[in-house]
Design a protein around this ligand. Structure first.
Ligand code: 5AD
Ligand code: SF4
Length: 494
């Protein structure tokens, strides 16, 4: 289903003069076929190809969704570009914190000037932010030039909506409140030839009290394991060696499936695929990370030595108010067990500072977890109230100045611990995947180790996508400078 020739054959087999097919997959290919003819006409009129740009905010799930948008655009005859000065621009939005919303509005403000200069230009906005009614209204009022708005549940209908805005020149707004469909067989334009995400589940049922994700991404739904494995096999055939299994809460994968399968089993199966060299996953929830997953990581050298385990807070009182279902000591015990079972594993985390009611004692508990676990890296966020979430309605919101002081304390503890953990690896030889040319330092490429650490080494574009034994020479806090190790010294398997 995923390789190019197959998709082209399928489009060719559809009668574009007839009514739209009933099944979602064929329906979308039907609209790609029809859209192609329109785009070809427009290109002929203006004497050049139409360009399209996807702008992505937010998490890995959104990045994967943007590859789907890009896949449809490329198949429909657009030439993809990184510049927002394009004939079609789509913003795939995030709404997890207020600053993500503000970034989208900032881009929309700037694009209005470009649109004035290019009358052909069409603008679309999709993703999590659109699932909030207030935002759609705001866009319609303040940015009336936007041609297309849709949400997270109907992204697979993109080709149809695109066809409609080009066919009629009218605006289209389509927000669904939910869906029970999973359509993962449409063309995809991968950002990297050698690595890819795979969606294994959608939505989240955890309802952490600060988080908007369950409201904008809907209830948890797992994908059939056979389909996931087929996608992974096709990606491997297409030259992908690193796979990231994606879900908001991957450990609860498998609930409600016809073919029962746990996350640990799925992980193991993906590792069996020939050609797949590394498997990552994002994100587990500390409550559900079962021992069998730790064992699979331990026993399968293909699984990356990296666990991203969001802590959010170290205070039992705050964890309870966050609806996280674990205590500080349970988290520390889980981290200890992971480190004990998986040598060289890195543990990274997310921490929220300034949750309603957080006191100096609560922050001290968070700092204590940072010291005791010694995170290899952490994303530290200032709490952002999200409309409709229980935490946003809590009375004891903290003033910004107070949060800033605590945020700085947490950040410096995180940075100190991360630098210490990284520094301890100096002189080691580890396997790195060469990911890209280093734009800032000429003659260098950037590699990623199994533990997710970044290392810059001398090299050129011809090395991209290859795995190299890398000597970690100079630690610069979160990352390293290094070089390819001499051939007679063996790399650590990880
Ligand atoms: N405010 C601040 N950070 C948040 N996160 C989720 N919701 C909020 C919020 N309302 C953070 C959590 C989560 C990460 C993806 O984003 O730490 O793990
Ligand atoms: Fe949000 Fe909690 Fe679900 Fe993560 S587990 S997406 S923080 S509700």
């Amino acid at each position: 289903m995923y390789n190019d020739i197959n998709i082209e054959e399928q489009i060719a087999a559809i009668d574009l003069a007839s009514h739209e097919p009933a099944d979602e997959h064929s329906r979308e290919l039907y609209y790609i076929g029809k859209l192609r003819a329109l785009i070809r006409e427009k290109s002929a009129e203006i004497g050049r190809a139409l360009t399209a740009c996807t702008v992505t905010f937010g998490c890995q799930m959104n990045a994967r969704d943007s590859e789907k948008l890009a896949g449809i655009l490329a198949r429909s005859g657009f030439v993809l570009t990184d510049s927002e000065n394009a004939d079609f621009v789509i913003f795939n939005t995030c709404t997890v914190r207020d600053n993500a919303d503000q970034r989208t509005f900032g881009h929309l403000g700037r694009i209005s000037h470009l649109k004035k200069k290019n009358p052909l230009m069409k603008v679309a906005v999709c993703g999590c932010m659109m699932q909030e009614p207030g935002n759609v209204e705001k866009i319609k009022k303040s940015y009336p030039f936007v041609d297309l708005i849709f949400g997270t549940h109907n992204i697979f209908r993109f080709a149809q909506y695109l066809y409609e805005i080009y066919d009629t020149d009218k605006t289209v707004t389509q927000i669904w409140q939910k869906t029970d469909q999973i359509v993962e067989t449409l063309p995809i334009e991968r950002k990297y030839p050698y690595k890819s995400g795979i969606n294994i589940m959608f939505g989240c049922d955890k309802f952490c009290s600060y988080c908007i994700v369950p409201y904008v991404r809907g209830r948890e739904r797992s994908r059939d394991p056979k389909e996931i494995l087929r996608e992974a096999e096709n990606l491997a055939r297409d030259g992908v060696t690193e796979i990231m299994l994606l879900g908001q809460n991957v450990n609860s994968y498998g609930k409600g499936l016809d073919n029962p399968c746990t996350f640990a089993q799925l992980l193991e199966e993906v590792c069996r695929i020939e050609g797949i060299h590394r498997v990552r996953f994002m994100t587990p929830h500390p409550t559900d990370l079962s021992y069998d997953v730790i064992e699979v990581i331990r026993d399968n050298p293909k699984v990356a030595r990296h666990v991203h385990l969001p802590l959010q807070s170290g205070s039992d009182r705050i964890l309870k108010r966050m609806n996280r279902h674990y205590t500080k000591e349970q988290f520390i015990e889980l981290a200890r067990r992971i480190r004990e079972e998986i040598p060289d594993v890195s543990i990274t985390t997310d921490i929220i500072v300034g949750f309603p009611g957080e006191t100096a004692e609560d922050v001290a508990e968070t700092l204590d977890v940072i010291e005791r676990v010694g995170f290899d890296n952490a994303y530290t966020f200032i709490y952002s109230p999200r409309r409709g979430t229980p935490a946003a309605a809590m009375k004891d919101q903290i003033p910004a100045e107070e949060v800033k002081v605590n945020f700085d304390k947490v950040l410096s503890a995180v940075q100190r611990n991360a630098a210490m953990r990284a520094g301890a690896l100096t002189g080691r030889i580890m396997e790195g995947l060469v990911e890209e040319v280093n734009e800032r330092k000429e003659g260098y490429v950037t590699c990623r180790l199994s533990n997710n650490m970044v290392v810059h080494i001398p090299g050129d574009a011809s090395m991209i996508g290859s795995y190299k034994p890398i000597l970690l020479e100079q630690c610069r806090g979160f990352y390293f400078f290094g070089r390819i190790a001499d051939t007679d010294s063996a790399a650590d398997p990880q």
